[in-house]
Design a protein around this ligand. Structure first.
Ligand code: MG
Length: 250
């Protein structure tokens, strides 16, 4: 069931979104060769808690950390570790959520660790742009398929593939609400977008096959062919004046 939010609730979500975006930026600033993903997770947790908020992911379904940190061929749900030290040329997807006064904000960004290859940079650029293509289509009266189709067309026109097994989602008092927001779809199909809906649009775009595999830890999701993957996400509100990004720093 899709839960529509009041203007007051969307304002509360903007506050949670602001904290999640600022935490993500702090994480991004810490991405450099020699730093462990554990250290980045610590920075995220400390930042969120200092704001009086709670990391949305910590303990969610048993997830053991505050941020998902997914390096190179890891698509999503990478578990931060003291043993994982970032290297020059890595691409580092960081997914962060914050819960404040009963509402979540959820966002992700892929950061370059030092200088990255031209191919890696192109994948990150295309995934970020695909997110904004999706956001542009998140207008009242359109359908979820319009968002997915826009993301898919942008990515596939550049010979990338779109992950199918994981999708975007409604956000609110729960981190994951209806509707599902796939990064693929058919224009004019799917749930109709209405003012008051809040959704996370989160393209996961692969260099090679769209197929992914979940490792034995039950979280870490990798590309089936070992090639790179990037992930960008914003939580947005559908309003009568167009899409409003809730996960903004200011
Ligand atoms: Mg999400």
């Amino acid at each position: 069931m899709v839960i529509l939010k009041t203007a007051r609730e969307l304002a509360a979500m903007r506050n949670a979104g602001r904290i999640s975006q600022r935490a993500l930026r702090e994480a991004g600033k810490a991405v450099e060769p020699g730093v462990s993903t554990y250290e980045i997770d610590r920075i995220v947790r400390e930042y969120i808690e200092k704001q009086g908020a709670t990391p949305s992911f910590l303990g969610y379904g048993g997830f053991p950390a505050s941020a998902c940190i997914s390096v190179n061929n890891v698509v999503i749900h990478g578990i931060p570790s003291k043993k994982q030290i970032l290297k020059q040329g890595d691409i580092v997807s960081i997914d962060v959520g914050a819960l404040l006064e009963g509402y979540h904000g959820d966002n992700a960004w892929t950061f370059a660790c030092g200088d990255v290859s031209k191919e890696a940079q192109a994948l990150m650029d295309a995934t970020r742009e695909a997110l904004f293509e999706g956001i542009k289509n998140a207008v009242a009266g359109a359908r979820v398929g319009d968002i997915g189709s826009a993301v898919q067309q942008y990515a596939e026109a550049r010979s990338y593939s779109v992950v199918r097994d994981f999708v975007g989602h409604g956000v609110g008092a729960k981190l994951h609400e209806d509707p599902s927001v796939p990064n693929y779809g058919t224009p004019g199909h799917g749930v109709r977008l209405m003012p008051g809906m809040a959704i996370a649009i989160e393209p996961m775009i692969n260099q090679g096959t769209h197929k992914v595999r979940v490792l034995d830890d039950k979280w870490t999701t990798v590309t089936a062919d070992g090639k790179l993957s990037a992930h960008f996400e914003h939580t947005i509100a559908i309003t009568s004046n167009g899409p409003v990004i809730l996960t903004l720093a200011d």
